[in-house]
Design a protein around this ligand. Structure first.
Ligand code: BMA
Length: 887
């Protein structure tokens, strides 16, 4: 097969960098101070097993050159070429493991014109190489890479000739490189999850020693797929005398009358010269503000700061508090009157403060944006896919839009994944979502050697520089669970005992230097506008991590510790950054990876798609269902009940956290999304389908809400919650009704909801609420009424639903059409608890779902997705916790 030529791409796709290729098709030869030219190299790449790799015996087709997607992973190329089956289906995860254990060669051709070769520098830039790679140009080594979270750049000009040039990237298997290293270490560092593929001895993980997305090694919600390949864009970057390496935008001071910004460029110059830096900020109104500086630069790196003042700045607000106006910052660097480079950033003006006041309980964790105290409502984001580089901007945007639709205002990017592209932050900026951004450490204890610290420093500085202008970034955080793990996890306690005091000290101090100095410096110096937090959970080294009274908290006694969801009610943490319950995805999603014969709770396929305790999570799901609900009638009922259990449980926790304001200032449940189709804590599944939890979140995170939380002791507290910045006139009503709608008791009152607060209405015993009513059929209904409309409702029963006598709701349905979409009205004759409007395996979604309907109440939903009304009618099934309608 002949090699194809890499050519500048003509179609648009996501690039992770933000360099603007200046408007030149061909660089004119021998012109001094020509503009920088950036050419993406995306086309014509090929990949094959490295010659001599043992895998060729079993996979001979992989030994021949195959088309490769760049950026991308060899795994997805092999799936596309049908050399290895889709690992998301059935038990196929096992059959892709050989790929990450093999070495791979990529090749492509760079066609260099004389004009290109006349440039002062012709750099090859790799926005990502995952992970151990060597790059050769025409057979000569250009660079070696060993960190998938960094950018790699080298001047290839000395190796290039006019015409075709071969670019080869030789990737070594991450396991192949590190297993012998770890085998030689007496006490290897504790890592994350042990290999489920039998390719690493238990307790001897290689993952602590590599800078690669940690979830590739398998997580408790995702498969083990050790991806290999260029995970970022590959570019040619041609320039002569000077180029802009980074552009940062920093807020110096923001008042209602003026925002003072500093635009800082890092200029890399080839020689000493006089350069002019022009900065322009264009606001939402379109009027540009300009400032210039003429400076003398030396050969090498030069930082030039250009101060700018914007009169009457329009502030960026988180969703729910105001608009999201954005400003465009453009900088031009000129030499001898010619613009040689231009870079652009989109930014927003806002202030972010982390208030850590000491009080009787400990120390708070309150984010203030533009001076407004925030209650953070949201979820934790894991990577969008097992195969990161293939994720489109549209997919990222749609998950974030779904988060906002569920009244979230904050998303935490969890540290076991990868740094996300600018387009992710663009979407968050536009939607008004605050982003809590972990540095990429998933839980493993970190090495303390100098080289490791240095590569992390470079990685962190590059990543902060790249995205710091985005107003959505509200916090940088050092890691996920590394600090709390070091304190309490049993493997770490055993490690500390085993290695003795000196090594224990070295490891502990190494982590403190990394998270409290190296990463703190990278974040605070390069993004001084937002706070740095050394780890999630932590108390900023003021005390032990993961305390209720201080800092942020990951609470896993529910699910991990098997406690019932009511345990969420036992305390008011300062900021709950993780808590969660699992659920199955919908049958429509299950049908994508399983066959009807696999539709059993503990079938091998279902267990393979349940990563918690290697499949034991299925039993845990059943345990949680049995705590409160009926025994599943069949597999589809198990799926339904798992979602009801998850939604009810997280609702209880989230509303309790909101009711704990001002002690508690945030509630981020685990987890928003999935990397593949399977059972997990997500509220949106891999194919974007909302689980019951996501519909519930839209209600329990609504700006005003009523919380009625019953402890197992039998006392129910009722609270009114408002995120509004102004008082809201409302009425609360607590009624006791039976399942036929008979009202047994009623309490109510008019109130003015105080802004940004939670107010207790009262605590009621079961006797107060239910008196002598038959508790098998009685519910307390707490409602918040605003402008005559029920704005929020919570249902409470004295008995778990499994011990109640919930009737068949006696539904009446009516189909119509709204704006060209099928629309369904459902009326309940008797109380319907946890109604799920189910279309089986049809790929559709109802506009609302997981509803409680009181006797006589109706709901109308529209249906989106590909299915005729006739097939919708046929597939429709209305599931509830009540008795099934007699057939
Ligand atoms: C938390 C997270 C993840 C994990 C989740 C569920 O600790 O940080 O590492 O997936 O729990 O177990």
């Amino acid at each position: 097969m002949s090699q194809r030529v890499l050519e500048p791409s003509t179609h648009r796709r996501r690039t992770t960098g933000r360099t603007i290729a200046l408007l030149l098709a061909v660089a004119p030869a021998a012109l001094v101070a020509a503009p920088r030219q950036t050419i993406p190299l995306e086309r014509g790449w090929q990949v094959r097993l490295a010659p001599g790799d043992a895998a060729a015996k079993d996979h001979p087709k992989a030994a021949r050159w195959l088309p490769a997607t760049v950026p991308g992973y060899v795994q997805t190329d092999l799936i596309a070429a049908r050399i290895t089956p889709d690992p998301f289906v059935g038990l196929n995860e096992a059959t892709i493991q050989w790929v990450g254990r093999s070495d791979w060669d990529y090749r492509g051709v760079l066609n260099a014109s004389p004009a290109l070769l006349a440039r002062g520098h012709v750099d090859l830039v790799f926005d990502g190489l995952d992970t151990f790679a060597e790059v050769f140009v025409n057979g000569t080594k250009l660079l070696a890479a060993d960190n998938a979270h960094r950018r790699w750049r080298a001047d290839a000009k000395p190796l290039l000739r006019a015409g075709a040039n071969e670019i080869r990237i030789a990737f070594k298997s991450p396991l192949g490189v590190l297993k012998p290293v770890v085998a030689g270490i007496a006490n290897p560092l504790p890592g994350e999850y042990d290999s489920t593929a039998g390719d690493e001895p238990e307790g001897r993980q290689t993952s602590p020693y590599i800078r690669k997305p940690k979830y590739h090694y398998g997580w408790d919600w995702g498969p083990r797929i050790l991806n290999v390949g260029p995970n970022g864009a590959v570019k040619v970057d041609a320039w002569d005398d000077a180029q802009i390496e980074t552009l940062r935008v920093q807020q110096e001071a923001v008042t209602p009358g003026e925002a003072r910004l500093t635009v800082e460029v890092l200029i890399v110059a080839d020689r000493a010269a006089t350069v002019q830096v022009d900065a322009t900020v264009t606001g939402p109104g379109g009027t540009p503000v300009r400032a210039s500086r003429t400076v003398q630069v030396a050969a090498g790196e030069n930082r030039v700061a250009v101060p700018l003042a914007i009169a009457d700045p329009q502030l960026w607000y988180p969703a729910g508090y105001g608009a999201q106006p954005l400003y465009t910052v453009t900088t031009d660097v000129s030499l001898d009157g010619e613009i040689v480079d231009r870079q652009q950033r989109s930014t927003g003006i806002r202030t972010v403060e982390l208030v850590r006041e000491k009080d009787a309980i400990g120390r708070g964790f309150l984010l203030k944006v533009n001076g407004i105290p925030m209650f953070a409502k949201g979820a934790n984001l894991i990577p969008f896919d097992s195969f990161g580089p293939g994720v489109t901007d549209a997919r990222m945007r749609s998950i974030l839009a779904d988060a906002k639709a569920a009244n979230m205002n904050m998303i935490r990017i969890w540290g076991g994944g990868m740094y996300l592209p600018d387009s992710f932050f663009d979407a968050a900026d536009a939607l008004g979502l605050m982003i809590w951004s972990d540095f990429m450490f998933g839980g493993a204890v970190t090495p303390y050697d100098r080289d490791f610290r240095e590569t992390v420093r470079i990685e962190a500085e590059e990543q902060v520089d790249r995205v710091q202008a985005h107003p959505s970034i509200a916090l940088w955080s050092g890691n996920n669970e590394v600090l709390s793990g070091w304190e309490t996890w049993s493997d770490r306690t055993a490690f500390k005992a085993r290695v003795g005091a000196e090594e224990r000290e070295r490891v502990g101090v190494g982590m403190a230097i990394l998270f409290n100095q190296v990463l703190r410096d990278a974040a605070e110096r390069r993004d001084a506008d937002v706070p740095y937090w050394p780890g999630s959970p932590s108390s900023n080294y003021d005390g032990k991590p993961d305390q209720d009274g201080d800092g942020d908290r990951h609470y896993w006694d529910v699910w991990g510790g098997k406690k019932p969801a009511t345990a969420y009610l036992d305390s008011c943490p300062r900021f709950m950054s993780e808590y969660g319950l699992q659920a199955m995805p919908d049958m429509a999603t299950i049908a994508r990876f399983a066959k009807p014969k696999d539709y059993a709770i503990e079938s091998p396929v279902m267990k393979a798609h349940q990563k918690f305790l290697k499949g034991e999570g299925q039993g845990r799901l059943l345990d949680y269902i049995r705590m409160r609900y009926r025994e599943p009638r069949d597999f589809a009922d198990f799926v339904y009940l798992s979602q009801v259990m998850q939604a009810d449980g997280i609702q209880l926790g989230a509303l309790h956290h909101r009711a704990c304001r001002p002690v508690t200032t945030g509630s981020l449940y685990w987890q928003l999304n999935d990397v593949w189709p399977g059972a997990s804590w997500s509220s949106i599944d891999y194919y974007g389908r909302w689980k019951a939890l996501h519909f519930a979140a839209r209600r329990f995170f609504a700006p005003v809400a009523i919380a009625a939380a019953r402890k197992e002791s039998g006392s129910t507290s009722v609270s009114l919650i408002s995120d509004a910045t102004q008082p809201v006139a409302a009425r609360w009503i607590v009624r006791t009704i039976d399942v036929t709608g008979r009202e047994l008791a009623r309490r109510e009152n008019a109130v003015s909801l105080a802004p940004l607060s939670a107010t207790g209405v009262g605590t009621f015993t079961d006797a107060d609420l239910f008196g002598t009513a038959d508790r098998r059929t009685a519910f307390a209904v707490a409602e918040l009424v605003i402008d005559g409309r029920v704005a929020s409702r919570s249902l409470v029963s004295a008995l778990p639903e499994k011990a109640m006598a919930l009737p068949d709701p006696g539904f009446v349905t009516r189909w119509s059409s709204a704006e060209g979409r099928p629309s369904l009205t459902i009326t309940a004759t008797r109380l319907a608890r946890a109604l799920w409007i189910d279309f089986g395996t049809l790929p559709v979604q109802a506009s609302d779902n997981f509803l409680d309907l009181l006797p006589g109440e109706s709901v109308t939903v529209t249906i989106t997705g590909k299915a005729s009304t006739a097939s919708l009618k046929r597939a429709l099934r209305l599931r509830t916790l009540g008795a099934e309608k007699a057939k």
